[in-house]
Design a protein around this ligand. Structure first.
Ligand SMILES: Cc1cc2nc3c(=O)[nH]c(=O)nc-3n(C[C@H](O)[C@H](O)[C@H](O)COP(=O)(O)OP(=O)(O)OC[C@H]3O[C@@H](n4cnc5c(N)ncnc54)[C@H](O)[C@@H]3O)c2cc1C
Length: 434
């Protein structure tokens, strides 16, 4: 099935269109095939290209490279998360394992942007976990204890501090963590496409329909062509399940976001001219909201079970109205119609919020399921799955493999009923925060 994305994502539209797009129209052979050209697949291809300069590596994507979730996210490169799924952070040891992976993810992205001198609006300004509900202070105090034990620099804030920093009186309590970076995801992923090694052949608008392994050869069927490969890495994240990869362990979730036009000088003054900031919700289904470097406001406040291949214009507009309300609630002094674009994107989840990083079979590997931390963890997992597939061991692989493994999911229709019920409950709980 084809992935039909909207073409209204501000991060993508900020960039100049790419030239030289190759589609697969024939039969090709390679040593390595990577399916999916987001942070994970691009990083795997870059690493394999460096490891094997004389081997042929093919990277394919069903749409334009990087234009899946990797360009469509909120641009938080996180060191810590409060709501990574609906599991609690009670178990300190597990939380530390997760945070160790986030740290490696940040380091991997940092190394990439330093090595290739990438401008992606990198801002080490930290982030806020904020709520309008005073009673959420209890959750933040518990979170603060966890962060203190693990040595993360942070502090708790109240309404008066927040209104000065964020330019909105909406939030009553927050926890600020010093770690964590805000960036332009479209620019970052574009840089990963631009620096692909010469021995990586990129085919776009080429959707893998079927694949089959016989002895040492993996045969992959596309709409207009075929690829025979010795090794394959699946990096399709929200579409792992639709390709039959670890399908009892992951499921797709569709998110939508909107971005305003840049605020005028007067509008910006009316909210107190805040510096760039990013807020994550305390309650899982609350809004992620961000003030960008160029004075635009981004809001993401939906997460749902939806057809991952397509969202109609009508469905997207309905969600955009919700986002307009979310902005008005926080910034009543701003004009009502300042949303410039709205888009959807697909992420992948597991039951216990753990990531997939593994050998599926001889010469078959997969990485994905990062929920809201795929910028760093996807870049890390992409590079490391390439190394694992090359039979190499690294300290990073050891850290990744020390995590809890994804747990088994019940079959359909029980699975969808369970997810929908949970999302409905969390949406109710976060009603004021949307
Ligand atoms: C609205 C939104 C907000 C988010 N906010 C954040 C955030 O602030 N911070 C953060 O770290 N993460 C965030 N995320 C999650 C993050 O974007 C993802 O975890 C990350 O992009 C995963 O990268 P990936 O390369 O694994 O997958 P993707 O970027 O989804 O790439 C997978 C690619 O596989 C391709 N593909 C799928 N099926 C096939 C097929 N059959 N054949 C060929 N190609 C195929 C797709 O076209 C796609 O390009 C957010 C996501 C969304 C949607």
């Amino acid at each position: 099935m084809n992935i039909l994305n909207d073409n209204s994502c501000s991060w993508i539209n900020d960039l100049s269109p790419r030239l030289k797009i190759n589609n697969l129209n024939d039969t090709d052979d390679c040593e390595w095939l990577i399916v999916g050209a987001g942070f994970t697949g691009l990083s795997a291809a870059r690493k394999l290209g460096q490891l094997y300069p004389n081997q042929k590596i093919i990277l394919v994507d069903a749409q334009l490279a990087g234009e899946g979730a990797s360009s469509r996210n909120s641009g938080y490169l996180v060191d810590t998360t409060l709501n990574d799924g609906f599991t609690s952070n009670k178990e300190l040891d597990n939380y530390k394992k997760k945070a160790d992976i986030y740290k490696l993810g940040i380091n991997t992205v940092k190394k990439f942007i330093n090595d290739y001198q990438v401008d992606c609006d990198w801002n080490e300004c930290g982030k806020y976990f904020a709520s309008s509900k005073k009673e959420d202070k209890k959750i933040l105090r518990n979170f603060s204890n966890t962060l203190t034990k693990l040595g993360f620099e942070h502090n708790l804030l109240s309404n008066s501090d927040l209104s000065k920093i964020l330019g909105t009186k909406f939030y009553n309590v927050a926890l600020y963590t010093k770690g964590g970076i805000l960036l332009h995801p479209g620019k970052l992923v574009r840089a990963m496409i631009d620096v692909l090694p010469n021995n990586v052949c990129l085919y776009e608008n080429s959707s893998l329909i079927n694949w089959n392994k016989t002895q040492d050869l993996i045969t992959c069927e596309f709409k207009n062509g075929k690829i025979n490969t010795k090794n394959i890495i699946f990096a399709t994240n929200g579409f792992l399940k639709s390709l039959g990869i670890k399908s009892s362990y992951n499921f797709p979730i569709t998110l939508t976001a909107s971005m305003t036009r840049p605020l005028t000088d007067d509008e910006f003054k009316s909210i107190g001219q805040p510096k760039e900031w990013g807020v994550l919700p305390v309650r899982p289904m609350g809004a992620t909201i961000r003030m960008t470097k160029d004075k635009r406001i981004l809001i993401r406040n939906t997460a749902e079970v939806h057809n991952p291949f397509k969202m109609s214009k009508f469905d997207l507009e309905k969600r955009s109205i919700n986002q307009k309300i979310g902005i008005q609630k926080r910034f009543p002094q701003l004009p009502k119609d300042i949303i410039q674009s709205s888009w959807s994107g697909v992420v992948s989840r597991t039951r216990n919020s753990s990531q997939i990083f593994e050998k599926i079979d001889t010469n078959i590997f997969a990485a994905g399921c990062y929920n809201g931390s795929g910028i760093g963890v996807g870049t890390l997992f992409g590079e490391q799955i390439a190394l694992k597939a090359s039979n190499k061991n690294t300290k990073e692989i050891e850290t990744i493999e020390a995590r809890n493994k994804p747990t088994w999911l019940p079959p359909q229709p029980i699975l969808n009923i369970g997810i929908k019920t949970r999302l409905f409950y969390e949406r109710l709980r976060a009603k004021s925060e949307i």
